[in-house]
Design a protein around this ligand. Structure first.
Ligand SMILES: Cc1cc2nc3c(=O)[nH]c(=O)nc-3n(C[C@H](O)[C@H](O)[C@H](O)COP(=O)(O)O)c2cc1C
Length: 246
């Protein structure tokens, strides 16, 4: 199945409920093509994608990511890693690698990840981007046997959607809150925020699973103030893998 590109982009929603059917090799090939042809900072081509299908490993990743059950049940989990090893073989460069590489790598991993998700959605598959494994990033490095010069910057959980659980799309803020002509205009408007919160409340209350009484304001507050993830552990792991922020 292949949908029109704009239809796919406009139709995005994260999917976290999958059937037990595996994504086919042909479908994964199309996803790998989308990753391979991604734009690349300085054309370094320094994103390595590690694909995990082993159920035991998937269960371990799900746990490290704060018990995200959809990871354990997905068909393929992709780790997008910043990988300096190719350049290390070619030139006399050694860790630590500075911010230039971290920013470039983060950009490139994000581009590869989103392109993979779009390629999946275009084929009627689904998934969700996963950053939550960063709670256990050190353990993930061991699980994937990552050498120095390689660090996992983003994850993607892919599967065949269980249509019974397909949701309405999650509403977004009004477009003028994040698309601006020519220069910055502070878009904040308490009335528009209240209206958006009402929309989000209706979305959360009426969705088919995990219903709750959240709004956008309450959920962002929870994310901002909650003990989400200790940055110290991530920084320590980055350093161990050969990256620094000079
Ligand atoms: C960098 C990044 C990390 C994310 N990490 C997670 C995650 O760990 N678990 C999860 O369930 N969703 C994760 N998400 C998905 C977001 O929750 C989701 O995109 C957002 O709620 C909007 O919903 P939608 O994609 O269905 O429109 C992540 C998204 C991004 C961009």
């Amino acid at each position: 199945m292949s949908k029109d590109a704009l239809e796919v982009l406009r139709g995005h929603e994260s999917l976290r409920k999958f059937t037990s059917v595996k994504i086919t090799t042909e479908q994964m090939d199309a996803i790998y093509d989308a990753i391979t042809q991604s734009s690349s900072t300085c054309f370094f081509q320094f994103v390595t994608t590690i694909v995990v299908q082993d159920p035991e490993k998937l269960a371990a990743i799900a746990k490290l990511a704060g018990n995200q059950g959809h990871i354990a049940k997905c068909s393929h989990f992709l780790f997008f890693c910043l990988d300096m090893t190719k350049l290390m073989h070619m030139y006399d460069i050694k860790p630590p690698f500075g911010l230039r590489f971290l920013i470039g790598g983060l950009n490139d991993c994000s581009i590869c990840c989103e392109r993979a998700l779009v390629a999946a959605e275009a084929q009627g598959l689904g998934g969700v981007i996963v950053g939550g494994y960063k709670r256990g990033i050190k353990e993930v490095c061991s699980l994937l046997k990552l050498p120095q010069g390689v660090v996992p910057l983003l994850g993607l959980c892919l599967g065949v959607p269980d249509e019974e659980f397909r949701e309405e799309q999650k509403p977004r803020l009004p477009r003028h809150w994040f698309i601006m002509d020519e220069e910055f205009h502070d878009p904040f408007n308490a009335e528009e925020l209240a209206a958006y919160d009402q929309k989000m409340l209706a979305y959360y209350q009426n969705r088919r699973y995990n219903q709750c009484d959240e709004t956008w304001s309450s959920s962002t507050k929870g994310m901002l103030l909650g003990s989400y993830c200790d940055a110290k552990d991530i920084i320590a792991c980055l350093k161990e893998q050969g990256f620094d922020y000079f």
